[in-house]
Design a protein around this ligand. Structure first.
Ligand SMILES: Cc1cc2nc3c(=O)[nH]c(=O)nc-3n(C[C@H](O)[C@H](O)[C@H](O)COP(=O)(O)O)c2cc1C
Ligand SMILES: CC(C)CC(=O)C(=O)O
Length: 400
């Protein structure tokens, strides 16, 4: 039988219908099983994006556009000894077996009764904290993180308010009671998404650059900002600039979000659009990555998340300058479908696929993966000089 699945952000053809007893062969198939396993309200919460879900589709589709034509393609090397592939790296001084981490995603107990405990067992999880209106909650959580020997704090900076998630509004999404948020519970008689109502009560929309200094003052842990998408601060960039021109602007002329982050002393930056759950129509993160990498100029690590579904996606993000990637929904779908085993398999499959991609691209180590292993739309000028005939074909022009 030929099954067609059209999930938000995933549009795939499969040669068979999956059922819960089947063993998925790639991480996207875990989404199919998760849909079968979860109540609609919870599946929609995990899978959904904001408003028209344009960016949700783009996060995945932009990876798929880095594909077989001359621009936006992988560029493998041949005749390199790839008998041993080393995917290990060091992030903030900690060694890890592969540049793949689990993104902070809320409410794993909606996916599985044992929730985050199973996810943490399935892989060394990278954890997160949000800054709340009631700062004493933030202080408490930072202290808890320190006491439990967490290694870093990821401060989510793209959620002063929760994005408009229309499926959650329709489903009247119920935010479960969360232990970490005990202090902020209040009676909620609002209609629509209870999660949104909870966030409106709890998150601090006045969060600004000065608060980073406050956070740094209460902890010795390194602070990373999660949710950076631009190098500029909204003022300087001319709307007439093409993407290629933007890259060649003198950076010192601009007020730069990424650079600002470094100035206030953050130890790392995560290029993320919150899995397309916040502002719709922001760019796919893979298309925003290089802008930030160029602005940061190697001063702090740049991590990446959004739309990673394949080892080739990891490879593309690394080639464009990410030090490591984080994976959100696939891990939750793995957890929902097959518990700890499913979450672990998702990470293992991505690692295996990355290993194979590195071998087939002639890259025995991560440092062998370079910017020259992908060709993007922004490399167009260079392409035009080298391949004038090919590029005159409209099929090779990818617009993003
Ligand atoms: C169900 C769900 C809950 C999330 N919760 C949080 C959160 O509490 N804090 C946060 O910074 N990001 C959160 N995110 C965003 C993820 O950290 C990450 O940026 C995103 O999922 C990456 O995209 P991907 O799902 O395509 O891998 C959440 C994402 C999802 C799907
Ligand atoms: C609103 C939060 C509680 C969780 C979150 O960040 C999300 O659902 O994307």
């Amino acid at each position: 039988m030929f099954g067609v699945n059209n999930f938000a952000g995933v549009s795939e053809c499969y040669t068979g219908m999956l059922t819960m007893g089947d063993e998925p062969v790639n991480v996207k198939e875990y989404q199919i099983l998760a849909k079968q396993a979860l109540p609609k309200m919870y599946y929609d919460y995990f899978a959904g994006g904001s408003e028209d879900q344009h960016t949700l589709r783009e996060n995945v589709a932009a990876f798929q556009r880095i594909t077989t034509c001359i621009i936006n393609s992988l560029r493998p090397r041949i005749l390199v000894d790839v008998s041993k592939i080393d995917m290990s790296t060091t992030i903030l001084g900690y060694k890890t077996s592969a540049p793949i981490m689990i993104a902070p995603t809320g409410m794993h107990k909606l996916a599985h009764p044992e929730g985050e405990v199973l996810t943490a067992k399935a892989a060394a999880a990278c954890d997160v904290i949000m800054v709340f209106k009631r700062r004493e909650i933030s202080v408490l959580m930072v202290k808890k993180a320190e006491a439990n020997e967490f290694k870093a704090i990821l401060l989510t900076v793209d959620t002063p308010k929760v994005g408009r998630r229309e499926a959650d509004i329709k489903n009247k999404m119920i935010a479960p009671q969360l232990k970490n948020f005990d202090m902020s519970t209040e009676v909620d008689d609002s209609d629509g998404s209870k999660l949104e109502a909870f966030a409106a009560r709890s998150f601090d929309p006045s969060l600004s650059w000065k608060d980073i200094a406050w956070l740094k003052s209460i902890t010795k842990l390194p602070v990373l900002l999660k949710g950076v998408l631009t190098r500029e601060d909204g003022k300087v960039m001319s709307s007439l600039c093409s993407r290629v021109d933007i890259f060649t602007l003198n950076l010192s002329l601009c007020s730069l979000a990424a650079v600002k982050a470094i100035e206030v002393g953050v130890e790392g930056i995560i290029v993320s659009n919150h899995g397309a759950r916040q502002l719709d129509y922001v760019p796919a993160t893979i298309n925003a990555l290089e802008e930030v990498v160029l602005a940061v100029q190697g001063r702090v690590p740049v991590l990446f998340d959004g739309g990673i579904r394949r080892g080739t996606d990891v490879f593309k993000a690394l080639a464009l300058g990410a030090q490591a990637v984080m994976v959100g929904r696939p891990v939750v779908f793995g957890l929902a479908a097959k518990g700890e085993y499913g979450a672990r398999r998702v990470i293992e499959m991505l690692k295996d696929e990355l290993e194979l991609t590195m071998a087939l691209s002639g890259c025995p180590t991560l440092s062998d993966i370079t910017r020259n292993h992908v060709r993007m739309q922004s490399d167009n000028r260079h392409c035009r000089m080298q391949f004038p005939n090919i590029l005159s074909r409209s099929s090779c022009t990818i617009i993003y």
